[in-house]
Design a binder for this molecule. Structure first.
Ligand SMILES: C[S@@+](CC[C@H](N)C(=O)[O-])C[C@H]1O[C@@H](n2cnc3c(N)ncnc32)[C@H](O)[C@@H]1O
Length: 257
């Protein structure tokens, strides 16, 4: 296959399908679709007091982040997703003891969040926003559903230069573009933390998991997909090491007027 066809094939590949759940769980961990497992969730909130908060999870995937926060930090978490099958999956896989602490809904990403103004103490999003081109539209909604002084916490990649990644349909924000989008949508006290060292290890751990599960992955999903995932994470490691891609945790506060 020539390079152009290969790139096109990667662009056309929609990874968010139910039959990929065993693949996600083999490489990311139970009920997760993002790097770093449970340690990365703790890290995302490491310096914040989130115990007991009422939170909105934008792009909850298959629910693992919300399950963990509800269990460990006694939070009430509402998740919102663009894939209806994920809502069904997270609802049916919610641990019985957490049924009163968790709810999951779908929404149309061109529409608006189905929640009242000032509903949540915290809005967070892990590993999602590099898929979202209209940051301003989404941030406005996050702002509306936050209570005064509520926190918006994001884990995402930022880039030294704004560009579109050639091998994946990702939106490449810079620190400046992120900051501007947050300022324009009613957030202040914005802080950026570089978590690249941790994410370098998470990416290396993923390669180990991938290799440990290679027989299963190749049998179920084929050698080509195995090699694509391997190459994507080898490239990711190189980009992190060269500071071309920066794993960033962003915290901002809803401005009170
Ligand atoms: C890499 S996964 C991360 C899932 C989850 N946050 C986790 O850490 O396991 C990205 C998720 O973002 C969701 N997504 C993409 N665009 C979205 C949008 N505009 N609003 C909400 N979710 C979105 C996808 O459906 C997918 O489940």
């Amino acid at each position: 296959m020539n390079v152009k066809n290969k790139k096109q094939k990667l662009h056309d590949f929609d990874p968010y399908q139910p039959n990929n759940i065993p693949l996600y769980e083999a490489i990311y961990g139970k009920n997760l679709i993002s790097l770093g497992g449970l340690a990365a969730i703790d890290n995302m909130f490491s310096d914040l007091n989130i115990r007991g908060l009422k939170a909105l999870d934008i792009g909850f995937g298959i629910g693992g982040v919300a399950f963990y926060l509800a269990e460990k930090y006694k939070m009430k978490v509402t998740g919102i997703e663009i894939h209806p099958w994920m809502v069904e999956y997270a609802r049916t896989h919610t641990p019985v003891g957490l049924l009163n602490s968790l709810e999951f809904h779908t929404y149309n990403s061109n529409g608006s969040f189905p929640y009242d103004h000032e509903t949540f103490d915290l809005v967070y999003s892990k590993g999602v926003l590099n898929h979202v081109a209209d940051k301003v539209g989404l941030f406005k909604q996050a702002n509306t559903v936050l209570k005064p002084n509520g926190l918006f916490v994001i884990a995402d990649w930022i880039f030294p230069i704004a560009a579109t990644e050639n091998l994946a349909p990702l939106v490449c924000e810079t620190k400046e573009s992120y900051e501007q989008a947050l300022l324009n949508t009613g957030f202040s006290e914005i802080s950026f933390r570089d978590d690249s060292k941790l994410f370098l290890n998470y990416a290396k751990e993923l390669l180990t998991q991938l290799s440990n599960n290679q027989t299963f992955i190749k049998q179920k999903y084929g050698e080509e997909l195995f090699l694509i995932i391997q190459k994507q994470h080898e490239d990711l490691i190189e980009k992190i090491q060269q500071h071309q891609k920066i794993a960033t945790r962003i915290v901002s506060k809803k401005t009170s007027y």
